[in-house]
Design a binder for this molecule. Structure first.
Ligand code: AMP
Length: 196
């Protein structure tokens, strides 16, 4: 298989749904020259390369049920996108990926094959209560109470091992997400090593 070199920075932003990952990643990208790759946005149909109607429909069915897109599909789509961002010479903040231990292992392996590695892993921490409160106030179509609860339960079940994986290797930084947006952003920028 042809693998292209990964040259830029790769920051992984972890956190429960509603932790503010998306908002914060968006703000950081407006401040420093780095791309924001949200797997949720990608899978909700804005990814230009998810162009087959079938694939699009099957991804949508998982999202609408509050379930995760299967690992192999998620990994391929996200890796393809990381490569295209790196071809433009940019670094990337990953928001929403990896979400399972398989995805985390896949990411390390794929980056190593391409001569790269993760620059930083940050958990934007908020409690479950705050997560649920924030999800329900967003009003997205997959943010109905039962679906939101299901996404949160799934998240806890599947993503806890991801946190453990990075923590056990001493790679996990934690930022408290239950504060003023500016304070959170300043801490995140410090964590990714780009203070402004
Ligand atoms: P989010 O915007 O991150 O809450 O993601 C919305 C939906 O997209 C999730 O409920 C999943 O169905 C899907 N999704 C996002 N990221 C991933 C991922 N890394 N692996 C599998 N499914 C994902």
């Amino acid at each position: 298989m042809m693998v292209s070199d990964i040259v830029g920075q790769i920051h992984v932003l972890l956190g429960l749904p509603g932790s503010g990952k998306g908002t914060q990643a968006g703000r950081i990208c407006a401040d420093i020259d780095i791309a924001h790759l949200s797997s949720g946005v990608l899978f909700r149909g804005f990814g230009a390369h998810i162009d087959s109607a079938n694939q699009n429909n099957s991804i949508r069915r998982y999202i609408d049920r509050g379930e995760l897109v299967p690992d192999d599909l998620a990994c391929n789509v996200v890796m393809h996108e990381i490569e295209s961002i790196h071809r433009k010479g940019k670094g990337v903040i990953l928001d929403g990926f990896p979400r399972t231990l398989n995805q985390a292992e896949f990411l390390d392996k794929s980056l190593a094959e391409r001569g790269g590695n993760i620059t930083s892993v940050i958990n934007l921490y908020v409690s479950e209560e705050i997560s649920l409160e924030r999800i329900l106030s967003r009003g997205r179509h997959d943010d109905l109470p039962e679906i939101a609860r299901r996404r949160l339960d799934l998240h806890q079940q599947l993503s806890a091992p991801v946190l453990d994986y990075y923590r056990s290797e001493g790679r996990l930084l934690v930022v408290n997400g239950d504060r003023d947006e500016d304070e959170v952003q300043a801490d995140l920028l410090r964590a990714i090593g780009s203070q402004i």
